[in-house]
Design a protein around this ligand. Sequence first.
Ligand SMILES: [Ca+2]
Ligand SMILES: [Ca+2]
Length: 97
Amino acid sequence: MLEDTDGDGAADSSHVFVQEPGLISPLGVAVIDNQIIVSQPPDMIVYTDVNRNRKFETGIDKREVLLTGFNGQNHDHSLHSISPIESPHRMKPSEII
Ligand SMILES: [Ca+2]
Ligand SMILES: [Ca+2]
């Protein structure tokens, strides 16, 4: 994860949130509050940093497949980027299903 802590438009810190053998070639990542959404066909995965320490910890934080069934597995012709939309009616990923 890259972070712009001083708001100048350039990332000035980075850290690894999660590593797992199944994450081979994520094609999109979005951070919305304490949820990290990763697109990696056939799945769209949501990691929730429950204790908000910016690290994924099994048994504390949550990992769930929000959507699945996208064609193609780890190739470029399938599910791609995910963008948070600024809206007063924006739903949290946990509210979509
Ligand atoms: Ca910066
Ligand atoms: Ca955590």
